[in-house]
Design a protein around this ligand. Structure first.
Ligand SMILES: N[C@@H](CCC(=O)N[C@@H](CSC=O)C(=O)NCC(=O)O)C(=O)O
Length: 278
């Protein structure tokens, strides 16, 4: 691992690292915020998954999460949103290829060689974080838009791995909206039956009661993508049918930007702290 940056921040440390990923078959960068060392128990971890066009730095520099993470004693891990490098397949569109990995395992050429963000997030990155940093193995997950989809899918496909999940303006039903349909048809092929295992609405409808974990979603009602791409009411209905503990908050006047995330990230950190610090 190579340390690219380090900054003192709210008495903790904000770092940026590069490492060689065997799963993704390329070099990857991630950021981590380590809260102040109090000499008490190792801090739990909140994984943050960003959206289309992002890398590990959007959340680090725009969300303003470090002050409350430092106060609560929670480490933050921000992975990139796709594999990277000259050998990695890409597309001219902002919503496919680099910066748009959709947190799945691609099965189709030319994507399948590198686009395995699901395996990277489930196995390789947490193992690296556990091995290299003084953090506990208790973790939660959150994300924005494409990253909200990723957080929900990671939680729904891995019962017991995360103690809570939250999202800002997530793509909850990617199999039914343009962003998801474009990505899934390229990464997974045209057979839409294979898309269901990457769709949080389908996964929630197929879930067992014992899988349920506390779930918080914030959605701005002035979000330009709300009707066309996001539609959180579809997941809320699945949650109602399954008695899944989902709180969906519609926030008046907020759009899709990081200003929205910055406005409510404290609520999400305190929500996760209720489970992480038990
Ligand atoms: N360029 C596109 C939209 C790109 C965009 O809005 N990206 C969002 C995430 S959208 C869903 O995954 C984002 O977080 N951007 C980075 C940022 O720092 O704001 C367009 O113009 O339509």
């Amino acid at each position: 691992m190579e340390l690219l940056e380090e900054h003192h921040c709210f008495e903790g440390r904000q770092q940026r690292w590069r490492h060689d990923s065997a799963v993704l078959n390329c070099a990857m960068t991630f950021s981590i915020f380590l809260p102040p060392d109090t000499g008490a128990a190792k801090p739990p971890v909140l994984y943050w998954l960003s959206g289309l066009t992002c890398n590990d730095e959007n959340f680090t520099t725009k969300a303003g999460a470090q002050r409350v993470a430092a106060e609560l004693g929670i480490a933050l891990v921000m992975p990139d949103t796709s594999p990277r490098g000259d050998d990695v397949a890409d597309d001219a569109g902002y919503d496919l290829g680099k910066g748009a990995g959709f947190y799945l395992n691609a099965t189709q050429a030319p994507w399948a060689n590198h686009y395995r963000m699901y395996d990277y997030l489930r196995d390789e990155l947490p193992a690296l974080i556990q091995a290299e940093f003084a953090v506990s193995d208790r973790c939660a997950i959150s994300g924005h838009s494409m990253g909200g989809h990723g957080a929900l899918v990671m939680a729904l496909k891995n019962p017991g791995k995360y103690v809570s999940v939250s999202a800002f303006a997530p793509i909850v039903n990617p199999a039914q909206v343009p962003w998801g349909q474009k990505a899934f048809s390229h990464y997974l092929g045209e057979d839409a039956a294979t898309w269901q295992e990457w769709d949080s609405c389908a996964l929630m409808l197929a879930s067992q009661p014992e899988q349920a974990i506390p779930t918080l979603i914030d959605q701005g009602d002035a979000d330009q993508f709300l009707a066309s791409q996001l539609q959180p009411a579809v997941l809320a209905e699945a949650a109602r049918q399954k008695a899944w503990p989902l709180t969906l908050r519609i926030q008046t006047g907020y759009d899709h930007s990081y200003y929205f995330i910055a406005s409510f990230i404290e609520d999400h950190l305190r929500f996760h702290a209720q489970q992480l610090l038990k």
